[in-house]
Design a protein around this ligand. Structure first.
Ligand code: NAD
Ligand code: KPL
Length: 304
């Protein structure tokens, strides 16, 4: 049984680490620097708050500079940090090591796969919800599901059984890119508008014409990008997500309101780059992208 090395002890990384450790699996956290490891040791481990109950998990942690070889790596950084984080441990990855990429959106997965060609990358698309309450303390906010797949068409790995043992709801798909595109499209139809209208997801029910125009253009983009199945019933699904999460603030809204860097380059930015590459004219998407970039600039936040 390979050890689970987890790169990044933020929201999702901690959620995964705690559940795998609880199932008796070998877990090793990898933190940015020796100073972060010292702070982690001071905290006594990771705390996961699930249904109001806090539990401490004293999972071992090591810095990226450690020399232990890595056979299985779960990358739990933001999309914009994924390549640089993986590069920091590239020398530790054995030939054929498995890398599981939890990043939202598209673009970072290909960047990572290109940067470590001696490994085998598996992409994931997750609807789990977790947020950081404090350093090394994470709240499990909403149970979701994670899809895994191999864009190169390789068969499902045998560690999926370990996820079942850890109670991590999942499935394998032969078309992970289509799943990632579908989630990207849903995020592109909701997240930027919540920032621009300064509202919860439910506030978009007052702007359904604009949501519908974005969905129409996203469906064209999905078809032209080779993922027509990801376009099916997009608008009705987006409205269901808006209604089902009406009281929530989108992840992009939360990032902007807390002056944190967003993952825009891997969501709407990725979609607009694809529109340019395909020489399409999808004016609503392009206009929302520009409005969002302007807003980020005004707030002093990066556009990438
Ligand atoms: P997060 O910011 O809570 O955690 C990222 C962690 O990575 C941080 O602790 C950061 O310090 C660490 N990190 C960055 N660079 C590093 C490096 N070089 N070495 C070691 N650690 C490093 O982010 P998150 O919310 O867990 O999101 C991770 C990814 O999962 C994102 O792409 C996000 O969109 C996606 N996602 C998150 C959720 C969620 O509910 N949080 C749900 C679905 C998908
Ligand atoms: O995934 C989301 C996000 O906020 O990033 C949605 C589905 C829009 C829910 O808020």
């Amino acid at each position: 049984m390979s050890k689970w090395h987890i790169l990044g002890a933020g929201s999702l990384g901690s959620l995964w680490a705690a559940r795998l450790a609880q199932a008796g699996l070998q877990v090793q956290l990898i933190l940015r620097t020796p100073a972060r490891v010292d702070a982690y040791v001071q905290a006594g481990g990771l705390t996961l708050v699930d249904q109001g109950q806090a539990r401490l998990y004293p999972i071992p942690a090591q810095p990226t500079t450690h020399d232990e070889p890595i056979r299985r790596l779960l990358v739990a950084c933001k999309a914009y940090d994924a390549v640089s984080a993986v590069t920091q441990v590239a020398h530790r990855l054995v030939e054929g090591a498995e890398i599981i990429l939890l990043q939202n959106g598209l673009g970072s997965q290909e960047q990572v796969a290109r940067s470590v060609p001696h490994t085998h990358c598996i992409f994931a698309s997750s609807t789990e919800g977790a947020f950081r309450k404090a350093d090394f303390e994470v709240v499990y906010a909403g149970k979701g599901h994670t899809w895994f797949g191999d864009a190169q068409g390789n068969a499902a790995p045998n560690w999926l059984d370990e996820l079942s043992k850890a109670g991590i709801s999942h499935d394998w798909t032969d078309n992970i890119l289509s799943r990632l595109w579908r989630k990207l499209a849903i995020n592109c139809a909701i997240n930027p508008l919540t920032v621009l209208y300064d509202c919860r997801n439910g506030g978009l029910l007052d702007h359904t014409d604009e949501v519908a125009s974005l969905c129409q253009e996203l469906a064209i983009l999905l078809h032209r990008s080779g993922h027509p199945e990801a376009a099916a019933d997009l608008y009705s699904d987006v409205v269901k997500v808006i209604q089902g999460t009406a009281n929530n603030y989108s992840s992009m809204y939360q990032d902007v309101s807390q002056s944190r860097r967003t993952e825009i380059a891997y969501l709407l930015g990725y979609a607009c780059q694809k529109i340019d590459d395909l020489q399409l004219q999808l004016p609503h998407l392009q206009a929302v992208h520009l409005r969002l970039l302007t807003l980020l600039k005004e707030r002093g936040l990066p556009s990438h």
